[in-house]
Design a binder for this molecule. Structure first.
Ligand SMILES: Cc1cc2nc3c(=O)[nH]c(=O)nc-3n(C[C@H](O)[C@H](O)[C@H](O)COP(=O)(O)O)c2cc1C
Length: 404
């Protein structure tokens, strides 16, 4: 089991990974490592240029397979790329250079990687990495669009420090993002392409005075897992969170109070296909925030509280967009979840018991029951939040397909 993607299981999956000649070629080693740790069988091929950046030996050692590098090599039978293209369940190109992307778009096949890509029926997953100007060059953009239109999946490069020393878009996506996307493709779950989704995460903080707040034990992990799974499945994700971690590949918005969360939600929620409200939003805030730090005294301190804004009730969504709520309860979980679903006019509700050791608030694990207005959709036993997020997205996708 991968420590980055807990629950990732790629046993008996056949992955062809092709490495191109870019600075990020060395990062393909990490991708290979995560794939093999998750149980995948991986065969690596390299363009001739890639071999000038990095030697095949490390890939051979980590994949326990010879690296296919020269299709004209005596002894390979000249058909190595055909055998690889028939064997593969997915062809992963990491990093995908501007040059190879152009060749694939045009159907050129003058070395083993482009030759395999042309000969395979397996889905293609590209992880481009290049200089920022090359990435936004109209030719590169056209080629990527052409490949997408033909069904290829693209793991968008990250913004960050590039080999040139500049900061911009073009960095190879984090290995975990690439592997998560590969898993989604292999499972036939890369079905959120074109979706815009908004997810809230973390416990809100309601100020009492300039240094203190009322809060809760939410860690934001469930919302983060939902965001990562949605991104892996191809969605454009906005994560509105009180606990930002700088997650790559999505639009993260940091907020503090329930009121701030509501304000941050308004615009993205109006354009979204689905809004998942996993944040633990305070029900009450201080009636008055003290302008200066409240001094410690011996007598009892009374704190006046008033209800916070109701985020779910206040949301305006597009027609057909799905509204998914979460209910965390210590008692009468299912009845309260049903009531919340009805009152807040939700499409789905994820009911998770809290107050149990080793799951729920703050934990890496969760258990949940997913309900719609009529029935229980899924009972999810205690699993990593990553796996629970997968099941929740399965339910959301099914609900969307059903409502069309
Ligand atoms: C030092 C250096 C770094 C390079 N880095 C990249 C890169 O990150 N991305 C890219 O698309 N091309 C990069 N290139 C250009 C490619 O190496 C070049 O286009 C090559 O022909 C790619 O071959 P391939 O696509 O067959 O692997 C780089 C070139 C050099 C000399």
């Amino acid at each position: 089991m991968s420590s980055f993607l807990p629950g990732l299981d790629l046993r008996e999956r056949r992955v062809a990974m092709a490495v191109c000649g870019g600075i990020a070629a060395y990062k393909a080693i990490d991708v290979l490592r995560i794939l093999t740790e998750a149980g995948a069988e991986v065969r690596v091929s390299m363009t001739p240029e890639a071999q000038r950046f990095i030697r095949p030996l490390t890939f051979e050692a980590l994949s326990d397979q010879p690296v296919l590098s020269d299709w004209l090599e005596p002894g390979a039978g000249g058909e190595a790329h055909i055998r690889l293209s028939e064997w593969a369940e997915i062809l992963l190109i990491v990093p995908a250079t501007a040059n190879t992307i152009a060749k694939l778009a045009l159907g050129l096949a003058d070395e083993i990687v482009s030759g395999t890509a042309l000969a395979t029926r397996a889905p293609l997953l590209l992880a481009p990495a290049m200089n920022d100007v090359m990435l936004v060059h109209p030719r590169t953009e056209e080629h990527l669009t052409t490949l997408r239109e033909r069904g290829a999946c693209v793991v968008a490069p990250a913004v960050g420090r590039l080999a040139s020393g500049k900061v911009g878009a073009g960095r190879l996506a984090a290995p975990e993002r690439i592997v998560a996307a590969a898993e989604a493709v292999l499972q036939g779950r890369r079905r959120l392409e074109g979706w815009r989704v908004v997810i809230t995460a973390g416990g809100t903080r309601e100020a009492i005075d300039p240094v203190r707040y009322l809060g809760n034990f939410s860690s934001g992990k469930m919302g983060r897992a939902l965001a990562q799974v949605a991104e892996a499945r191809g969605a454009q994700v906005t994560l509105i969170t009180t606990l930002p971690t700088g997650l790559e590949g999505l639009n993260e918005i940091a907020v503090g109070s329930a009121q701030e969360m509501l304000a941050a939600l308004e615009q993205p929620a109006r354009e979204a296909d689905a809004v998942l409200m996993a944040a633990a939003v305070a029900d009450y805030r201080a009636a008055e925030v003290a302008p200066a730090k409240i001094k410690r005294r011996q007598e009892r301190l009374e704190l006046g509280l008033v209800p916070t804004a109701d985020l779910l009730a206040g949301l305006r969504l597009r027609p057909g967009a799905l509204k998914v709520g979460f209910a965390a309860e210590t008692e009468d979980l299912i009845e309260r979840a049903r009531e919340k679903l009805r009152v807040k006019r939700l499409d789905l509700i994820v009911a998770n018991p809290v107050g149990l050791d080793g799951q729920g608030l703050g934990s890496d694990f969760n258990a949940a029951t997913i309900l719609d207005a009529h029935r229980v959709i899924a009972e999810i036993p205690r699993r990593s939040k990553w796996e629970v997020a997968q099941r929740i997205w399965d339910a959301v996708e099914a609900a969307r397909a059903g409502s069309r």
